[in-house]
Ligand binder design. Structure first.
Ligand code: ADP
Length: 262
């Protein structure tokens, strides 16, 4: 496995669902979680990508299954949890990471674009939390949930009304789930990536007039003066999934190169 800390396997024996795991942060989290000992359900709307990541993990000594799911559809999320349970017996964690971005000014954002952002990002995380918690409660599992937030959940950005609103909803839902189920031992946290190399970022940059200049300008908005990597976010996800984070619930961990601190 590529993870440098393979000898340290804090996710040994844990079965974890990761949505949006066909690319970017989700794929990096699936690879890293597997390297740290977890069996992973690699979930994506894009079956081909989910299968590629799954094959890569299984080919390097890990354990993964691919699942095709639209996280915005309740029946599909229910089926996703059932299928993961069928493969692994029990689920100990979920990373609700599947997401879409719309980059448009408020007045140019259509209702369809607003709904798409809210349905995949906010509703998708709600459904992932709901069916994971149901499973945890049913089997008395002290499960861990990690939801993908964003710098856009906490700060205003140009042209991101729909995306920022959906990410803000995720961070607040995270606190809600954490408080509602804290007494059962279930933990729920969010991780807020800054600009990270991914398909979402690439689509944002290519929508700009000069993509290269936009990337340099974007890097400069982070005090570390660079864009992050998916692996740097995956590390935070894996930590929060592990028992090393046993006293952490309801928190939002920004992995943003100092963006929100500045
Ligand atoms: P990031 O690196 O921030 O995760 P990506 O665009 O690389 O950004 O990854 C987002 C993933 O979410 C993609 O693999 C995409 O196919 C997936 N995705 C988008 N919409 C849905 C959906 N409705 N259900 C499941 N997965 C989805």
């Amino acid at each position: 496995m590529t993870d440098p800390s393979t000898s340290h396997r804090p996710l040994d024996g844990k079965n974890i669902i990761i949505t949006g795991a066909g690319s970017g942060i989700g794929a990096a989290t699936a690879r890293m979680a597997a390297a740290k000992g977890a069996s992973v359900a690699v979930v994506d709307l894009d079956s081909r990508h989910a299968e590629m990541v799954t094959a890569e993990i299984n080919g390097s000594g890990g354990t993964a299954v691919a699942l095709t799911t639209d996280v915005s559809q309740e029946a599909e999320v229910q089926r996703m949890v059932d299928a993961a349970v069928q493969s692994f017996g029990r689920i100990h964690g979920i990373v609700n990471n599947a997401g879409v971005i719309v980059t448009r000014s408020l007045v140019d954002t259509s209702l369809e674009e607003w709904d798409r952002c809210m349905n995949v990002n906010a509703r998708g995380v709600f459904l992932g939390c709901k069916y994971a918690v149901k499973h945890f409660l049913e089997h008395k599992i002290k499960g861990a949930i990690v939801n993908t937030g964003s710098i856009s959940a906490l700060t205003g950005q140009m042209g991101q009304s729909a995306y920022a609103a959906s990410k803000g909803a995720i961070v607040q839902l995270t606190r809600q789930v954490a408080v509602e189920y804290a007494a059962t031992g279930i933990r729920c946290n969010s991780v807020g990536p800054g600009s990270v190399r991914s398909a979402v970022l690439d689509s944002f940059l290519s929508s700009q007039e000069d993509p290269q200049a936009a990337e340099i300008a974007l890097a400069k908005t982070h005090p570390v003066n660079r864009i992050g990597s998916a692996e740097e976010v995956a590390g935070a996800n894996c930590f929060l999934l592990s028992d090393e984070a046993s006293f952490i619930t309801g928190s939002n961990l920004q992995v943003d190169g100092g963006y929100t601190a500045a």
